[in-house]
Design a protein around this ligand. Structure first.
Ligand code: UDP
Ligand code: MG
Length: 319
């Protein structure tokens, strides 16, 4: 049987050849000095650069390193899910590979977990990202918290700690598109958030474009609530009420005050209601489509990711 360890460190990697050497140089001493048994799980999320080769070297040097090589690029969150499905640790830490989350915060997270917190979140102080992203994510954090009924200070910071129990629930829930910190928060009994330092991405580029960020956040909202659907219903109601009042007003104006001709009245009504309706329709179709897409995905039960190979100590090798 595979032996359990105290701490699992889970790191998704997508084209991070420029960061990996530095990451490992910083992470390794931190892990060794934890005074606990540990494993480091790297998930190679379909990198097209030399990341996999570098991870393979780490694995060759240290039996604590395991590398899960995915068959394609499944995205940061699915990569972490692949890691979660394979963790052996009692406490699980997630971390980005780009060194934006300082590894030396790991002992602080574990300290909070020792006190009994089952989810330890972090929020970035002195966040080193472009102003546009900082402002945008502040607004989105607020909105998402309201809609999803959560209280997470900083959704973007992946340096987090989870108790094994939480990870097991997450693994069971088999969600296809999900936001791990939010999901964990839903199941947490005693969550806490601590501040961590945040650094600039030194090497390479953010793997998210503006478009992907919008998608990610829309995903976050629709995964955790039906409010967007209800907003559409509400908007539909408000708009039909408005157009009805408008209609009434024009009618009364024509009847009592004799302003305008019947023809212009009818034209105006058609124009106004047409505009409003097409707006609402488009919005509704988009949001409905999002939910239907989700249903389709979970009905089709497609695996969330595919693993090409796991490199780990004790597994037979055929290289
Ligand atoms: N990542 C991944 N798959 C992807 C995109 C990103 O595994 O499709 C990893 C990436 O290598 C990094 C982490 O997820 O370790 C966060 O990505 P990034 O730094 O680009 O996101 P940002 O910090 O800009 O939000
Ligand atoms: Mg980053």
């Amino acid at each position: 049987m595979k032996s359990a360890v105290e701490v699992s460190i889970v790191i998704p990697v997508y084209n991070e050849e420029e960061s990996l050497a530095n990451l490992f140089r910083e992470l390794w001493p931190v892990a060794e000095n934890l005074g606990r048994t540990f494993e480091i799980i790297f998930i190679n999320d379909g990198s097209r650069d030399s990341s996999l080769g570098m991870l393979y070297d780490f694995y060759k040097l240290h039996k604590e390193v395991r590398v899960i090589d995915l068959g394609a690029n499944f995205g940061q969150h699915m990569a972490i899910m692949a890691g979660f499905d394979n963790v052996r640790g009692e406490k699980i830490i997630t971390l980005d590979a780009d060194l934006q989350n300082p590894p030396d915060e790991i002992p602080n997270i574990l300290k909070e977990m020792d006190k009994g917190h089952d989810v330890v979140g972090t929020y970035r102080v002195g966040r080193q990202d472009p102003v546009f992203r900082k402002v945008a994510s502040k607004c989105i954090n607020k909105l998402t918290n309201r809609i999803a009924k959560l209280t997470i200070k900083d959704y973007g910071c992946m340096l987090r700690g989870y108790d094994r129990r939480i990870i097991e629930i997450i693994n069971q829930s088999m969600e296809t598109t999900t936001f791990i910190p939010a999901l964990a928060q839903k199941f947490a009994v005693s969550p806490i958030e601590i501040p961590v330092a945040h650094r600039e991405r030194e090497f390479g580029q953010s793997k998210y474009s503006v478009f992907q960020l919008i998608r990610l956040n829309f995903d976050l909202m629709t995964s955790f609530s039906l409010v967007p659907l209800q907003i559409v219903t509400m908007a539909g109601m408000v708009f039909s009420m408005l157009s009805f009042s408008f209609l009434l007003y024009m009618f009364v104006r024509r009847m009592l005050l004799g302003i305008g001709t019947w023809q212009t009245l009818i034209e105006q009504i058609f124009e106004a209601s047409g505009f409003m309706l097409s707006g609402i329709t488009l919005l509704s179709v988009g949001i409905l489509g999002e939910y239907v897409g989700r249903i389709y995905r979970s009905v089709s039960k497609r695996p969330r990711y595919s693993i090409r190979k796991i490199f780990e100590y004790g597994a037979e090798e055929d290289e």
